[in-house]
Design a protein around this ligand. Structure first.
Ligand code: KIV
Length: 271
């Protein structure tokens, strides 16, 4: 019988960065995909609050709830053996006060058995990151295009193209590292800026639309599988066209049911 694989830890991620080994991250929202991604060797499964858009059909991540994230993180964790599972904390569950953040993130850790949480923001939430790390909760940061601030940022656009914003992002990254974050997602920032931030930090950066120099990459699973044709972006590479395959399979099933060709004798019980 095969041994149960050793789960990926925050220490492993630091070693991977030090050794120049790229970290593979995908979003995941359920146990079925979690089993597939875990078996394929994905290092981190991020239960993104993008679940609110991808599966629940909302326009933004802002209305994602703690209950929603608890549910999805719990079922993703059921499907993993090796991958680290990180829960994206929804809007207003960590911004009000460090004490509220500890309570909400603590619930996520205790009730889902996940390995860490992700928060959006830089220096302004560094005190909260420190409070979480101090009670033993591993924190992943998220800088650049932070989707919970989409309205304040004026839409889904590349961040850090101008010098003051680029400098602020570098300072935010340093503040998160100093506060004890174990990794930082860099979303939609110019590749040279992501490269500078990655080189300046000892913790790994995980890029999404941030070029090739990050220490790892993350994509929304349903985008890279071609399952979500409501979303296209320059940085998303489609590795499969599963949406088209699903439509084709369902068209064939519908035709066979209507024509009386399914079920055949091989799918029926004679007695
Ligand atoms: O919610 C999400 O899916 C994310 C990733 C794209 C980083 O935050």
């Amino acid at each position: 019988m095969a041994d149960t694989p050793k789960p990926v830890t925050t220490h492993d991620l630091l070693h991977m960065k030090a050794q120049g080994k790229r970290i593979v991250v995908l979003t995941c929202y359920d146990a079925l995909f979690a089993r597939l991604l875990d078996a394929a060797g994905v290092d981190i499964l991020l239960v993104g609050d993008s679940v609110n858009q991808v599966l629940a059909g909302a326009e933004t991540t802002l209305s994602a709830t703690l209950d929603q994230m608890l549910y999805h993180t719990k079922i993703v964790r059921r499907g993993t053996q090796r991958a680290m599972v990180v829960c994206d904390m929804p809007f207003l569950t960590y911004q009000v006060s460090p004490a509220e953040a500890v309570r909400n993130c603590g619930r996520v850790m205790a009730e889902t058995d996940c390995h860490g949480v992700k928060l959006e923001g830089g220096r302004s939430i560094a005190g909260t990151v420190r409070a979480l790390v101090d009670v033993g909760i591993p924190v992943m940061g998220h800088l650049g295009l932070t989707p919970q601030s989409v309205h304040a940022l004026g839409g889904y656009r590349v961040q850090g193209r101008d010098e003051p914003t680029a400098e602020r992002l570098k300072d935010d990254a340093r503040a998160l590292e100093e506060a004890g974050a174990f990794a930082i997602v860099l979303e939609l920032i110019p590749a040279p800026l992501a490269s500078q931030i990655s080189k300046a930090l000892t913790i790994p950066t995980i890029g999404v639309g941030a070029g090739p120099a990050c220490d790892g990459q993350v994509l929304v699973l349903h985008d890279m599988l071609g399952l979500n044709d409501r979303f296209t972006a320059k940085f998303v590479k489609r590795y499969a066209a599963l949406g088209e395959e699903v439509r084709e399979a369902v068209r064939l099933y519908a035709a066979e049911v209507r024509e009386g060709r399914y079920p055949g004798p091989e799918h029926s019980f004679p007695k």
